[in-house]
Design a protein around this ligand. Structure first.
Ligand code: HSE
Length: 341
C-alpha cells in the first residue's frame, strides 16, 4: 500500500514509528505492507519518492525539525507540493495528519477531494474535513467506490467510530455523551492535584496531546469538532458548529476546582450530541458518576442505543502512538476491504 502523508507532526510521526516497528508483524499477520512515498509539511519541507522513503531516516530528519538533511537517494524529489504528490497518481491512500482547522477545514479538505478524484482512499486524523464536510466527502467516496476512514478523529485509537459504525451497526444510537478532549481532561486532573493551569497546559503540549494551537482544546472547539463528527457519522444528523453550545475550561479557576473537590465533586469537560443539537461544557460531576473517575488524557464516551441500552467505552484520547495506531487500524481496514497488498 503506497501512502502519501500530508503533515508530519505528532500523529504522523507516531504512525511512521508504528510502521517502522511493526512491519514484520503486519506482514506476517495480515499480509500487509505499506510504504510512505510522499510527505508534505508546512514547516519541515517535503519529500517524495515513488519507490518509498526510508522511514527511520524520515523520523530522524523530523526529530531535527527539517527534511533538509534527509539523505539523497535515486528518485528522491524535495520540492513537490501536496497537490502535486496527489496529482502524480502513484499513491493508494492519502493519510491526512496535518493540523485541524475547524473554521474552513482547509487546505485538508481540498486535498481529500482531490485525492478521491484521483482514485485514492483516505485515512484522516485531521478533524476539519470530517466535522465540516462530512456529507460531501461521503458522497464523493461512495460515487468513486473508495474508502474513507477517520478513526483517529475521535478518542485517538480507542475504537469509537468502529464500535459505533460496525459493532453497533444494528442498533440505533440515540445520543453520545462523554469526555472527548485529552488535553483539558489532563489539565483538570493535574489542577485538582495542585498544579497551575499554565504548567498543566505546558505538560499537555509537551506530551503531544494538545492541538498545534491549544486554544482549540481549552476553549472547547476540539471537543465540538468531535461532537459534529459523532452527530454526522453516527447519529445521522447534519449538525453544524452553529447548532452547538460550546464553552471550555478557561473560566474554571484553581479555586473553583478546590471548591468542587471539597464538595465531593470534580469538573469535567462534557461533550454531548443528540439529534437536536450538541454541547461542550465544563460540568461538576459527583464522584459517583463513572465519568468523574476518567482522569489524565483518557477519554470516555457513552452511546445510548435502542437495543443494548448504554454502551460506554473508555480509553486513550490523545497522544503520539495512541493516535498513530488509529491510522494503522484504518489502513488495515482498507486493506481488508480492497484486498490490496
Ligand atoms: N488535542 C486533542 C485532545 C487531540 O487533546 O484530545 C486528540 O484529538
Amino acid at each position: 500500500m503506497k501512502l502519501l502523508l500530508v503533515g508530519f507532526g505528532v500523529v504522523g510521526q507516531g504512525f511512521a514509528q508504528i510502521l517502522r516497528d511493526k512491519s514484520a508483524e503486519l506482514q506476517r499477520k495480515f499480509n500487509f505492507s505499506a510504504e510512505i512515498i510522499g510527505v508534505a509539511t508546512a514547516n519541515k519541507g517535503a519529500l517524495y519518492r515513488a519507490d518509498g522513503l526510508n522511514i527511520p531516516a524520515l523520523l530522524e530528519a523530523a526529530d531535527r525539525g527539517s527534511f533538509a538533511d534527509y539523505p539523497d537517494e535515486p528518485g528522491l524529489k524535495r520540492a513537490k507540493t501536496a497537490g502535486e504528490m496527489i496529482a502524480a497518481g502513484e499513491a493508494d491512500v492519502l493519510v491526512e495528519v496535518s493540523p485541524t482547522d475547524l473554521e474552513t477545514a482547509q487546505p485538508a479538505l481540498d486535498y481529500c477531494l482531490q485525492a478521491l478524484d484521483a482514485g485514492m482512499h483516505l485515512a484522516l486524523a485531521n478533524k476539519g474535513p470530517v466535522a465540516l464536510a462530512y456529507a460531501s466527502l461521503k458522497s464523493k467516496a461512495r460515487a468513486k467506490g473508495l474508502q474513507w476512514r477517520y478513526e483517529a478523529t475521535v478518542m485517538a485509537g480507542t475504537p469509537t467510530m468502529r464500535l459505533a459504525e460496525e459493532a453497533l451497526a444494528g442498533c440505533k444510537i440515540r445520543s453520545a455523551r462523554g469526555i472527548l478532549n485529552g488535553t483539558t481532561n489532563y489539565i483538570l486532573t493535574r489542577m485538582e492535584n495542585g498544579m497551575s493551569y499554565e504548567a498543566a497546559l505546558a505538560q499537555a503540549q509537551q506530551l503531544g496531546y494538545a492541538e498545534a494551537d491549544p486554544s482549540g482544546d481549552v476553549e472547547g472547539w476540539d471537543a465540538a469538532g468531535k461532537v459534529l463528527i459523532l452527530a454526522n457519522a453516527i447519529l445521522g444528523v447534519p449538525l453544524a458548529m452553529a447548532d452547538l453550545d460550546v464553552s471550555g475550561i478557561t473560566a474554571i479557576s484553581e479555586a473553583d476546582i478546590a471548591e468542587a473537590k471539597a464538595a465531593g465533586e470534580r469538573y469535567k469537560l462534557i461533550a454531548s450530541a443528540t439529534p437536536d443539537g450538541g454541547a461542550v461544557k465544563a460540568t461538576r460531576l459527583p464522584l459517583a458518576d463513572p465519568l468523574a473517575s476518567v482522569g489524565g488524557s483518557t477519554n470516555a464516551i457513552t452511546f445510548e442505543t435502542d437495543l443494548l441500552g448504554d454502551i460506554t467505552l473508555i480509553g486513550a484520547g490523545a497522544g503520539k502512538l495512541e493516535t498513530g495506531c488509529a491510522i494503522l487500524a484504518d489502513l488495515l481496514a482498507i486493506n481488508r476491504v480492497t484486498g490490496q497488498a
